[in-house]
Design a protein around this ligand. Structure first.
Ligand code: GLU
Length: 418
């Protein structure tokens, strides 16, 4: 399995794990059992394109560990998806679920494709065939997919329908992040972004900075847009937004409703007339209080970490900050890091609520969802701060140590089969 280490994202996830495992002084055998992904599947997904030609896409699903319950994690549609990236993301899901006290192991899946280039019919065909290829690997008691980069509620609905047709009855609990009308949870769509905003506001309250708060968001997808909207609603000023099309900046604050309309029309933030265009690297370096990377991995590099001017780094994305950048941040105590496995955990926590609601066929109000979510985020933040203080480690290391420790403890208690 060491072949996976050729992938920079997997190598990064392993480096983080090794650091935390050293601090925890995990014995060698337990460390190996906790680290490596348990199961991986690679599938060829043939799709008849609108042109009449058949294209074959590469799909993957990785289940990292099965010691605490079913595995849980999103499905990513993006051109660069490969087994190493999906494995790293599955590993991070394990620590995230364990940190939040959810009865899940981590998983992740993906298809290497450019969803922007697929027609709706092609996307549906790809989703259904990918689900079909995974039928014997996923299950509501074994592995439960959800949305991630490039996938959405509609894609979850097609996955649920494909799986349910196979079963012969509706199985809403096979995926989370579905539309509410077919068994989704109220609040799931906004949960990741609102969780980010909630934690930023807690950090502000803890005296990390004075309000009003100026925010820069990288990525204006489901996570970045809802984080920005919620922060704006609670009084912050969103001064910069970037996405894969470009970046825009306005020191007096960007009108988000106007930006959303522009994005709906033009497919991205580029060209938004009520803000200045700016280079997408430069935007990360502008003065602000809160910087929210909410796009992809490894964007906060060593060089960027040296130059960022924020006071809070709120990681909406998975793995946005490299270990080299972490070393720089360790020398910059004025920057408070809300690490990814806490900061973006709102999504999987509400996915957990969705799965519980589906299993019980008993649905919660949005208020119940957010009260429970906010309580869990508050508790996890407090645990991390306490651990970081006690062990004199970064908030990231504290979060990873709590997550990894729980998985390792479960493996130790359950023992080795046979
Ligand atoms: N894809 C999201 C994440 O990275 C959500 C996963 C889920 O809800 O299962 O946390």
């Amino acid at each position: 399995m060491r072949f996976l280490l050729d992938n920079p994202t997997f190598a990064m996830a392993c480096r983080q794990f090794d650091q935390a495992a050293d601090l925890l002084e995990l014995p060698r055998a337990l460390r190996e059992r906790t680290k490596w992904p348990k199961r991986m599947v690679a599938v060829a997904v043939p799709v008849r394109m609108d042109s009449g030609e058949v294209s074959v896409f590469n799909g993957y699903r990785v289940q990292h560990h099965l010691s605490l319950g079913p595995t849980k994690g999103g499905i990513r549609y993006a051109p660069g998806v490969d087994l190493g990236e999906v494995s790293a993301l599955a590993m991070w899901m394990s620590w995230k679920c364990a940190l939040m006290g959810l009865p899940f192991g981590g998983a992740k899946g993906g298809v290497a494709c450019d969803p922007q280039m697929l027609s709706r019919r092609e996307c549906e065909a790809l989703t259904r065939r990918y689900t079909q290829e995974l039928i014997s690997f996923i299950g509501s008691r074994s592995d439960i997919p959800a949305p991630d980069l490039g996938t959405d509620e509609q894609i979850m609905a097609w996955m649920m329908d494909t799986y349910s047709n196979h079963a012969g009855y509706a199985v809403p609990e096979i995926v989370t992040g579905k539309p509410v009308s077919i068994g989704g949870s109220l609040g799931r769509r906004e949960a990741t972004g609102r969780g980010v905003a909630f934690l930023v506001n807690r950090a502000v309250e803890m005296g990390k900075l004075a309000s009003p708060v100026r925010v820069i968001v990288q990525g204006f997808g489901n996570v970045g847009s809802h984080a920005a909207l919620e922060l704006a609603r609670t009084g912050a000023s969103i001064v910069g937004v970037s996405d894969r099309t470009g970046a825009v900046y306005r020191s007096g604050g960007i009108d988000l409703a106007g930006l959303q309309q522009h994005v709906a029309r033009q497919g991205g933030v580029r060209g938004f007339p009520e803000a200045e265009p700016i280079d997408d690297r430069e935007i990360l370096l502008q003065p602000c209080d809160v910087l929210i990377p909410a796009a992809v991995e490894r964007v906060i590099t060593e060089d960027i970490a040296r130059k960022v001017q924020c006071r809070i780094l709120a990681e909406g994305a998975n793995g946005p900050t490299t270990p080299e950048a972490d070393e720089v941040l360790a020398e910059r105590p004025e920057i408070f890091v809300l690490p990814d496995i806490l900061c973006n955990a709102g999504g999987v926590v509400v996915s957990y609520f969705e799965w519980v609601q589906d299993l019980q066929s008993f649905f919660w109000s949005e208020r119940e969802v957010y009260d429970a979510l906010n309580r869990m985020l508050t508790d996890a933040l407090a645990k991390i701060l306490k651990r970081a203080e006690r062990e004199k480690v970064s908030t990231r290391m504290a979060a990873l140590m709590i997550g990894i420790e729980r998985v390792a403890a479960a493996k130790k208690l359950r023992g080795l089969f046979p």
